[in-house]
Design a protein around this ligand. Sequence first.
Ligand code: PLP
Length: 296
Amino acid sequence: MPFIPIPNIAPEKISLDLLSKKNVEASVLRLDKVHPVISGNKWFKLRYYFEDAIRQNKKTIVTFGGAWSNHIVATAAASKEIGINSLGIIRGEETVDLSPTLRQAKEFGMELIFISREDYRRKKIPIQLNESDHYIINEGGYGVKGAEGAATILDAVDFQSYTHICCAVGTGTMIAGLTNRTATLQKTIGISVLKNNVSLNGKIRELLINEEKSFQIIHDYHFGGYAKHTVELITSMNEFYRQTNIPSDFVYTGKLFYGVIDLIRNNFFLSGSKLLVIHSGGLQGNASLKEGKLIF
Ligand SMILES: *Cc1c(COP(=O)(O)O)cnc(C)c1O
């Protein structure tokens, strides 16, 4: 390891009037730049699963996701790069036109099996899965190995100098890994992109090595729920791009940047705070938006 080299990316300090007014510093770690497809946090979360699958001589990686899943396409691309088969169990019936995400996953050689939302929720997996050959990765890469991989996001960064690490939260795997790696006095702040995800804190705790470590999930910036968006969100993504030159996606990082700025505005962070904001990638998901909404 690492199979897929991770370029050294230095945090970019952003300058906004609000930041100087509140005496808060913020730097963005642009993981969207690590790989064109296995973007953002995904390779970090996947790397130890792949390592384990190869150690166990498994033939095929099996994982789960929806039609726009960053995790699905990242798993497909990583499997191809590493030379292992991949199989995606996709939520919902197959449509005539595949989403660009699924088309791309297919191009990377992933076999797709569509199951109804009902079966997906009940985790009713088609019987043709042959357990001995398959290496199963949970939806979104949730699990201990995912968190261990996510912790390595901080390997290339002088992260000790920040007071807070901020990130978007789906399954909670990334924030659990980051929390495991940070120093005792640092705090991780997660912006949940799902609506009322009440089980999230428990799911994150399950992955923590040290229960005392401090993380906080903010549930106020989901904009209607997972993959939902409003005009206000799109406007703020465009505005953020205009001010910082940083593109974001409407499912995760757009909500993250909106949330962090709003928290700063509302004095959530004390004067003198130094934030490291993780840009976790996911820009491919913007392809599901109508053209012309985003300026980048
Ligand atoms: C998958 C993903 C996340 C969520 O990571 P979790 O570990 O599931 O919380 C955040 N941002 C982006 C861009 C993602 O693709």
